[in-house]
Design a protein around this ligand. Sequence first.
Ligand code: G3P
Length: 216
Amino acid sequence: MRLFIDTANVNEIREAASWGVLDGVTTNPSLVAREGRSYRALIEEICRLVPGPVSAEVLATDAEGMEREGRELAAIAENVVIKLPITPEGVKTCARFADEGIATNLTLCFSTAQALLVAKAGASYVSPFVGRLDDVGQDGMELVREIVQVYGNYEFPTQVLVASVRHPQHVVQAALAGADVATVPFKILQQLFHHPLTDIGLERFLADYRAATAGH
Ligand code: G3P
């Protein structure tokens, strides 16, 4: 399973890239707005930092506007993936881009039916939002399992990108479900490293070594 970082903050991206485990980046308008920078300049910088796929979302809601914005974003760098909402206009734009070989990430996926539609339209990625489903009392991971099964049944090449990840267990469950990608906020990427027994074990190794070599 590939690991993407879900942020538009270049310091977080730089740090996560330095760990050698980062495969790509996803952004959304809320994350970009937090940075207070020009959208284009920000995406340009992120694409220079990470060679893998970088999802950048359109702001238009009509197909014509989505297509125009999507083409502008796609021209920024080869690794830009155009993020489109799952609406009739977004799916229509996805199909058009698929014909031209422009990569897309269909976002705000909350049902298997939506995932089926975007696969038929040739989406490169579908983004089920697991945390937001959990928030309303549904099982977000069940949606991921269903999408993985449906895509497997028909050998759809669309990749399942688990988004709205809220804790390390979401990442583990995504991997167990056979998702292609999990996109993870910086804080949760950091949490993935930690286990108290690792810290205790390391402390003990070093203390034993220091005790044995003291005075040598
Ligand atoms: O990038 C989209 C998604 O990951 C947002 O997550 O935590 O705002 O539901 P969240």
